[in-house]
Design a protein around this ligand. Structure first.
Ligand code: SF4
Length: 488
């Protein structure tokens, strides 16, 4: 519940004529803001001349009207919203990354995390590459430009790059003449494209961003697929398709994606609604009302109420003006921020037996504070139902799940967690239950990554000697090259 950080969002536009692409990208990024609130950027391509701006902050603060105007017109552009999962959160790590190489300009925006980034970075540094950021996206850009030296086209360079990078990546790549959408062979992060009535092609992390800019959804980019948009139309390279077992992050449905998005043919809202229905069947309890924790617990709460027959009520109100990057002045603790963000409606919960549905429990401290405020508003009983299984493992694929020692479900029984957060009963949806919720086909359940719940990682995982977020820097500092330089 608000304790997980999203990953990133990517967006790209190809237009048949030179146009005001920057404002389209602005609105697209605005629709993807939930995927990253720390930094954002836009690159516009005007016949091979790239103009860009990126900075830390939300889309509507980084891009004023003057700033958008300064990007000028073009016939292609890409954009990015960022939450850092590797690298620091400084301006230097904002995306898209723009490089000038011997074959021309290239811009790149990335959602996901590589699991072999430290090996690749060391390999590149030993060949003379000098990095300006600590993000793994720069590694991808170096590999593409290296491959481009011998590849006949930028798309072939991307194709060859996919043989070398391992992990989760949805990319938009822009060359002087082409917009390219790429999804890793496991399809771990979503990516789709659509078309506007005036013939523009739009690539986006989520379908909600297509609709925001007036585009009609065409289809998801398939796992392993490279889709190329240029003056000759659209074409696809599929050398990496079907090469690996699909492993879409199941948490995209539970928490990250917007409920009005459709990912790989499944509605995010309906997946959450069905999770609530299944939760009510797996863990029924007598109560007077069902409420959801805003925002991502709401859809499951409606599903729980619908299946159980217990009335759904709006029991909590969220302050709409609180940004994810909200910094409380003074020493407000994580728990105090819950009070600023969410407030119970006394008239709804007073004297009631309340079922509170939420999307997850990470550390448990925010849940505890929330429960306390509902009790103070007069709830007679509180039964918490969680629309995700307990977190017991970190994520290596672009989601900032805390290290194991901070996950309350590691080393604590459900009864101990119930006691800690102060509810009358606590239950989580099962792993088969959540898989069933996101797919209509039983034989299809094997196509998701569920590693943070069951430890079944779809790739080899990096050595877990430190938390996900600083593993990258740690491994770099331990590399032989780094050590050698330190002794100079
Ligand atoms: Fe998603 Fe969890 Fe897999 Fe990470 S480990 S990709 S959060 S399901």
């Amino acid at each position: 519940m608000g304790e997980l950080r999203e990953e990133c969002g990517v967006f790209g536009v190809w237009a048949p004529e030179k146009d005001n692409i920057a404002s389209t990208i602005y609105y697209g990024l605005f629709a993807l803001q939930h995927r990253g609130q720390e930094a954002c950027g836009i690159v516009i391509n005007d016949d091979g001349v790239f103009t860009h701006h990126k900075d830390v902050g939300l889309v509507n603060t980084v891009f004023t009207q003057d700033r958008l105007d300064s990007l000028g017109y073009g016939n292609m552009g890409i954009g990015h919203v960022r939450y850092c999962t590797t690298g620091s959160n400084g301006r230097e790590n904002a995306q898209p990354i723009v490089v000038n190489h011997i074959k021309g300009n290239m811009a790149l925006a990335h959602n996901g995390n590589l699991v072999n980034s430290s090996e690749l970075r060391t390999e590149l540094e030993l060949k003379g590459s000098i990095f300006h950021t600590s993000s793994d996206t720069e590694i991808i850009s170096y590999i593409i430009t290296e491959e481009r030296l011998s590849a006949p086209s930028i798309e072939e360079a991307v194709n060859r790059t996919m043989n070398r990078i391992e992990g989760a990546y949805s990319l938009v790549v822009m060359s002087p003449a082409k917009l390219i959408a790429v999804r890793d062979p496991r399809g771990m992060r979503p990516l789709c494209y659509g078309r506007t009535p005036d013939g523009r092609y739009i690539v986006a992390s989520e379908s909600c961003a297509l609709e925001t800019v007036g585009a009609k959804f065409v289809r998801d980019v398939d796992p392993g697929e490279i889709v190329i948009f240029d003056k000759n139309g659209i074409r696809s390279m599929r050398d990496h398709c079907e090469s690996m077992k699909r492993s879409l992050c199941i948490f995209e449905y539970i928490y990250f994606a917007r409920p009005d998005s459709v990912i790989d043919g499944k509605s995010v809202h309906m997946a959450r609604f069905r999770a609530g229905e299944i939760l009510s069947q797996e863990h029924p309890v007598e109560a007077d009302i069902v409420s959801g924790a805003p925002d991502s617990g709401l859809d499951a709460a409606v599903g729980y109420a619908s299946k159980s027959g217990i009335p759904y009520e709006i029991g909590l109100v969220k302050n709409k003006y609180i940004a994810r990057t909200f910094i409380a002045p003074g020493q407000a603790s994580r728990e105090d921020k819950v009070r600023i963000k969410l407030n119970p409606i006394r008239e709804v919960v007073n004297g009631k037996r309340v079922i509170l549905v939420d999307d997850s429990i990470v550390r448990g401290t925010t849940s505890r504070r929330l429960i306390q405020s509902i009790r103070e508003a007069g709830a007679k009983e509180i039964h918490m139902r969680i629309a995700a299984p307990p977190f017991i493992n970190p994520c290596y694929y672009g989601v900032d799940i805390d290290s194991r020692e901070n996950l309350i479900a590691v080393g604590h029984s459900i009864e101990e967690i119930r006691d800690f957060i102060g509810v009358d009963s606590l239950a989580y949806i099962s792993i088969p239950g959540i898989k069933k919720a996101v797919t209509s086909f039983l034989d299809d359940e094997d196509r998701f990554c569920t590693a943070c719940f069951d430890g079944n990682y779809p790739t080899e995982v990096p050595d877990e000697t430190c938390s996900c977020k600083n593993k990258f820097e740690r491994k770099i500092s331990e590399s032989p090259k780094f050590k050698k330089e330190e002794t100079k």
